[in-house]
Write a protein that binds this ligand. Structure first.
Ligand SMILES: Nc1ncnc2c1ncn2[C@@H]1O[C@H](COP(=O)(O)OP(=O)(O)OP(=O)(O)O)[C@@H](O)[C@H]1O
Ligand SMILES: [Mg+2]
Length: 234
């Protein structure tokens, strides 16, 4: 396991949710994550303390939910795990490859779905044959192959969400971090999403899934509630 960054300024404010276990027993382990955002400039500067020592861990082959109300800090915590937002305190350790599906799709309006897979596949260091077969599997599983040659600007919100998820799935990562992946899905796609999740779990892959509500709690191995800046295991 590689320590991504270790900024740990001081001890976590609460005992880690996975206290008593070696941090290296997990594919992902975050301990004591703290984050305060600063708004405005002096003398009108304001601070919002979003995370106050959040702990989170995933084992191989686990599907874990992260739930909390709007603005509770779920996306902030996931961005810290991915490394796109700096944390003020805490440690993050991760092993294996990582896929991330952001809450707001980051797509290029003028490129087609096929062109996105090609672009991202190259960035992941995949060969053409591997990109083609992984891309076709994703079209099949999520059911949007009819849109393969359409530009993003022509896609519905739900199809954009499928492409956003598909790009995270493309390199078949060991660990998938998904920020509200099914918010825009219709019922059929929602069912396909859970089939895909179960298949990944069976293959020993791990998934962390953010949702602001969970209707199918039994689909998760474990759930954390994010409350008051801390994660509370259910
Ligand atoms: N870049 C930023 N600068 C300042 N404040 C921010 C920034 N990003 C998020 N925040 C604030 O941090 C808090 C947590 O935001 P975050 O997006 O992490 O919440 P969330 O739990 O993902 O919410 P939602 O369910 O609406 O997606 C909110 O009050 C938000 O306004
Ligand atoms: Mg969010």
């Amino acid at each position: 396991m590689t320590a991504l960054q270790t900024k740990g300024r001081g001890l976590p404010e609460s005992p880690p949710a996975h206290q008593g276990q070696e941090q290296s027993a997990y594919v992902l382990s975050a301990i004591g994550i703290a984050k305060t955002y600063t708004h405005g400039v002096w003398p009108r500067r304001r601070y919002s303390k979003v995370l106050r020592g959040a702990d989170l861990a995933l084992r191989r082959g686990e599907v874990v939910g992260l739930v909390g109300e709007n603005g509770s800090g779920k996306s902030t915590l996931m961005k810290i795990l991915v490394g796109s937002v700096d944390r003020d305190a805490g440690t993050v350790e991760m092993s294996g490859s990582l896929g991330y599906c952001p809450q707001m799709p980051i797509l290029y309006e003028r490129l087609t779905c096929d062109e996105h897979f090609q672009l991202f596949g190259k960035a992941y260091g995949m060969g053409d044959a591997k990109i083609d077969s992984a891309r076709d599997d994703i079209y099949e599983v999520l059911g949007f192959g009819d849109w393969r040659e359409s530009r993003v600007e022509e896609l519905s919100g739900g199809t954009r969400a499928k492409l956003n998820l598909g790009l995270a799935l493309l390199p078949d990562p060991d660990l998938l971090l998904l920020d509200e992946p099914y918010a825009g899905f219709d019922w059929d796609t929602y069912q396909r999403f859970w089939q895909l999740t179960e298949d990944r779990r069976d293959a020993g892959r791990s998934l962390l899934i953010i949702s602001h509500f969970i209707t199918d709690a039994e689909r998760f191995d474990r759930i954390y509630d994010l409350v008051g800046g801390r994660t509370v295991p259910r």
